[in-house]
Design a protein around this ligand. Structure first.
Ligand code: FPP
Length: 248
C-alpha cells in the first residue's frame, strides 16, 4: 500500500460508504492507443487487472455489491475479433478468479441477456455462480450483454406473462413490483455510479435502479483505475448530500 492510498483509506468514514457501487468501465481502447499498441484489445487485457483491484477494494471495504458493466447489448456490434477476445477474457476470468472469490467470500452473479453469450462462456458463468453461491460477503454483479432498456423491456414481458396466468392484476403494478422483475431483484439500488475515461453519459446502464444514484466521473482510463482512484470516488461520495427529491 503506498502513502496516498493509506492516507485516503484513513479518511474513509465506514458509516457513510455506499452499499452498492456500479462502474462503467470505459477507455480500454484509448489506453491501448495511447501506449502505441495497434491492437485495442490490449486495453481489455490490461482492464482485467483493474477489475481485480476494484473487486478486492470493494470486498475489503465490506460494500454489499459491486456491479461492473463488462459488455453491453450494444457491444455485440463491435468487430467479431474484439467480441471473441472479450468473451475469452471473460471465460478465463470466471475460471481463474474462483479461488480469489472464495477466499474473499464473494458471490458472483450476472445481469443481462446472458443467454446471448457463447455456450462455453455461459457454462463457465453458471459454474462460477454455483461455486460461489454460498458466499455471504460482497456480491460481484457482472453486467453482460446488458442494456437498461432491455432490462425494463424484459421485466415488462415477465410481468405480462404473469398477468396472463392470472398472478398479477393491473392494480398490483407498482415500482416495487417492477423492481422485483429486474435481473437482480435482490440487490440494493446503486448509491454511486462511476464512469471512467472522461465520458459523461449513462450509456443505457442501470436506468431504473440508478434513479437516485450519485454519479462520479473521472478522466482515468479503465486499465489505470486503481485503489487510489476508487478511494477518491468514495471520498467524493461521502461529501454529497443525498436528498432523494426531499429537502434534506
Ligand atoms: C469499454 O472500453 C470497455 C468495454 C467495452 C469492455 C470492458 C471489459 C473489460 C474491462 C475486460 C473484461 C471484463 C471482465 C469482467 C472479465 P472501450 O473499448 O469502449 O474503450 P474506448 O472507448 O477507449 O475505445
Amino acid at each position: 500500500m503506498d502513502f496516498s492510498e493509506k492516507e485516503l483509506l484513513g479518511q474513509i468514514d465506514a458509516a457513510r460508504l455506499p452499499r452498492h457501487v456500479a462502474i462503467i468501465m470505459d477507455g480500454n481502447g484509448r489506453w491501448a492507443k495511447l501506449r502505441g499498441f495497434k491492437d485495442r484489445t490490449r486495453g481489455h487485457r490490461a482492464g482485467i487487472e483493474a477489475v481485480r483491484a476494484a473487486t478486492r477494494t470493494a470486498a475489503q471495504l465490506h460494500l454489499a455489491a459491486l456491479t461492473l458493466y463488462a459488455f453491453s447489448e450494444e457491444n455485440w456490434s463491435r468487430p467479431k475479433y474484439e467480441i471473441s477476445l472479450l468473451m475469452s477474457l471473460l471465460k478465463r476470468f470466471l475460471k481463474e478468479e474462483i479461488p480469489e472469490l472464495m477466499e474473499n467470500n464473494i458471490r458472483l452473479v450476472a445481469s443481462g441477456r446472458i443467454h446471448r453469450l457463447p455456450p462455453d462462456c455461459l457454462k463457465q458463468l453458471e459454474e462460477t455462480k454455483t461455486i460461489t453461491a454460498g458466499n455471504t460477503g460482497l456480491i460481484l454483479n457482472l453486467a453482460l450483454s446488458y442494456g437498461g432498456r432491455a432490462e425494463i423491456t424484459d421485466a415488462l414481458a415477465a410481468i405480462l406473462e404473469e398477468s396472463e396466468q392470472g398472478k398479477i392484476k393491473p392494480q398490483d403494478i407498482s415500482e416495487e413490483l417492477v423492481s422485483r422483475h429486474l435481473y437482480q431483484p435482490g440487490l440494493p439500488d446503486p448509491d454511486l455510479i462511476i464512469r471512467t475515461s472522461g465520458e459523461y453519459r449513462t450509456s443505457n446502464f442501470l436506468l431504473w435502479q440508478g434513479a437516485y444514484a450519485e454519479y462520479y466521473f473521472t478522466d482515468v482510463l479503465w486499465p489505470d483505475f486503481n485503489k487510489t482512484v476508487f478511494l477518491q470516488a468514495l471520498l467524493d461520495f461521502q461529501k454529497r448530500e443525498r436528498r432523494f427529491g426531499g429537502i434534506g
